[in-house]
Design a protein around this ligand. Structure first.
Ligand code: ATP
Ligand code: MG
Length: 573
């Protein structure tokens, strides 16, 4: 089982340098001291273009590019495209966009494992010549059967002792398309009784007639990941090949391939713990299912943990990099609370977001003693956290909207907002008192009648009388209509998986993960809202325009995150 990370530690701002003081940097320091790779540090980020990148990949990106930057080294972007049936150029493009958006630059070093298919073939021939690989005619099932188990050694394939000549001939004919898919494979000749199953003569080439997104139909044999990866690293001059823990057991094979081919100065594989977040899923298979079966509105649905989803939701690259630094790099698996990610964006937006007033669930308020045609403008600060952000003029008039939840006809004790007979402060404007309510035929309150105190202009108390509540408002005649989309966790279970109680992970989808509010009222300054900006809707949360559906004349805002940092509170308790 995985442990939860130490939340206190993550909150500590001192941790922003964490990426650069961890066990991986320790290994690099030692290599530098011993001159293993000279003073060179060269990493790579190796996504398989079979889906969009998610926040877990962001951790790997920040680590690989970050470590390279920190050590004045280089980081390549390499598409690990050895599995043609699932890969697609749509994914290649989205991956490039996402890495760039996160703020990283691979310079002119964008590669594809498929660039090396010719060389990989030659390496395989080389292995055969060294007597270290053979063509095997066992079926996939037989290979599995022969492999043995964790407690039982495997047995040798009857084809294991083919001569070099026969192997060379058969392998070439595999390449030339003489044999059907799946009928033969090339296997490394290692040790069928190795305690490590990966070392029991693993398959390194298979026959597969599938059109590759780059090499088309040139090849009908494809190298396996465990063979292609160390050699791609080697060919690119990678020094430190950083990957996630599930590859730990593959490291002996990684090293074997490089050693048997007698390659000099081989790269070093280093494993770290992958990022897990609660209330979401990160496996590409699951994300693809959510997209394909219409549970979400594409890979960039703002509820998805994908980089494109987070971007559309309104996350900034800075907040994601901050998150990746805070969670650090460890050797043991853990689950990070989704609240940590929200904490990071909230901190970032608190500094940069412009404040505006909007009313999401409007209730009409008529101020009976306010002159019919009068309009006043109040100066309201754009961001109390940033004095240079200045102020803006916000119009006020006789009819305004307030939030429905800011009025109660039968309030409980300690309700400090508006009630019949009660007084409240309208932010930066006036004190108002509610005198009566108007209801529709269903008994629902549709309008309040209030009076204002002209002496409380600017929201200052004229005579020292106290008003406990301050609420936000929007002038009705000046308001614009907007649509607002509120998001919640996509799943109701902390760890939505397929096997608990025989359920599928999709059974745990949160039906209330998206709430669409139409006819919200906003101050007119939002007419000039910019896709690049983020806004704090006063008392409501942080918002941004939806890049997919918002257009002039019909503005749609996504809630990035609410204002309340429940997570920070819990972690301090
Ligand atoms: P799949 O879900 O198909 O197994 P993957 O998540 O391994 O795919 P890749 O495209 O192979 O996706 O990953 C690219 C790189 O990102 C790899 O080095 C991988 O180790 C790393 N990576 C993937 N998921 C995470 C994660 N959750 N945390 C940290 N790194 C990750
Ligand atoms: Mg992978």
């Amino acid at each position: 089982m995985v442990d939860k990370i130490n939340n206190e530690e993550v909150l500590n701002d001192e941790n922003s340098k964490k990426t650069y003081s961890n066990f991986i940097q320790d290994i690099i320091n030692k290599d530098m001291e011993e001159n293993t790779y000279g003073q060179k540090v060269h990493t790579r980020f190796p996504p398989e273009p079979n889906g969009y990148l998610h926040i877990g990949h962001a951790k790997s990106i920040c680590l690989n590019f970050g470590i390279a930057q920190y050590n004045n080294g280089l980081c390549n972007l390499r598409f690990d495209d050895t599995n043609p049936s699932k890969e697609d150029t749509e994914y290649v493009e989205s991956i490039m966009e996402d890495v760039r958006w996160l703020g990283f630059d691979w310079g002119d070093r964008m590669y594809y494992a498929s660039d090396y298919f010719d060389k990989l073939y030659e390496f395989a021939v080389e292995l055969i010549k060294k007597g270290k690989a053979y063509v095997c005619d066992l079926s996939a099932d037989e290979i599995r059967e022969y492999r043995g188990t964790l407690t039982q050694p495997g047995k040798n394939s009857p084809y294991r002792d083919r001569t070099v000549e026969e192997n060379l001939d058969l392998f070439e004919r595999m390449k030339n398309g003489e044999f059907p898919d799946g009928s033969r494979v090339l296997r490394a000749k290692i040790d069928m009784s190795s305690p490590n199953l990966n070392m029991r003569d693993p398959v390194i080439y298979r026959i597969l007639r599938a059109t590759h997104h780059r090499t088309g139909d040139k090849w009908c044999i494809y190298p396996m990941y465990d063979f292609a990866h160390p050699l791609s690293d080697y060919l690119e001059g990678i020094t430190h090949s950083i990957c996630t823990l599930e590859f730990e057991d593959h490291r002996p094979l990684y090293d074997w391939v490089l050693r048997e081919l007698e390659l000099r100065n081989p790269p070093k594989q280093i494993e770290f713990a992958r990022l897990n977040l609660n209330y979401t899923v990160m496996s590409k298979r699951k994300l693809l299912k959510l997209v394909k079966e219409g549970y979400v509105d594409g890979w960039d649905d703002p509820r998805m943990p994908t980089i494109s989803g987070l971007r559309r939701r309104g996350y900034t690259p800075e907040s994601i990099r901050d998150f990746c630094n805070r969670i650090g790099v460890a050797k043991a698996d853990s689950i990070v609370d989704i609240g940590v990610l929200e904490h990071c964006i909230r901190e970032d937006l608190n500094k940069r977001a412009k404040r505006v007033m909007t009313v999401l669930r409007p209730l009409k308020v008529v101020i009976d003693n306010y002159p019919d045609d009068m309009v006043e403008e109040f100066d309201i600060e754009n961001n109390p956290e940033d004095l240079e952000a200045g102020t803006r003029k916000v119009p006020f008039s006789k009819v305004i909207y307030i939030e429905k939840y800011d009025f109660m006809e039968n309030p409980p004790k300690k309700f400090f907002r508006l009630t019949v007979g009660g007084e409240v402060r309208l932010k930066n404007a006036y004190f108002i008192k509610c005198n009566s309510v108007v209801k529709d035929e269903n008994g629902e309150i549709v309008e309040l009648h209030c009076t204002y105190d002209p002496a409380s202009r600017g929201g200052e108390s004229p005579d020292g009388r106290k008003v406990k509540g301050t609420i936000h408002w929007v002038s009705a005649q000046h308001a614009i209509d907007i649509e607002v989309r509120l998001y919640n966790n996509l799943f109701t279970a902390a760890n939505p998986s397929d096997d608990t109680e025989g359920k599928e992970f999709t059974d745990y989808i949160n039906k209330d993960s998206l709430e669409v509010l139409k006819g919200c009222k906003a101050e007119r300054s939002l007419l000039n809202a910019d896709l690049k900006e983020r806004y704090q809707f006063l008392r409501t949360g942080y918002f941004c325009l939806d890049s997919k559906y918002s257009k002039e004349g019909s503005l749609i805002f996504n809630r990035v995150v609410g204002l309340k940092d429940t997570w920070a509170k819990i972690s301090k308790e």
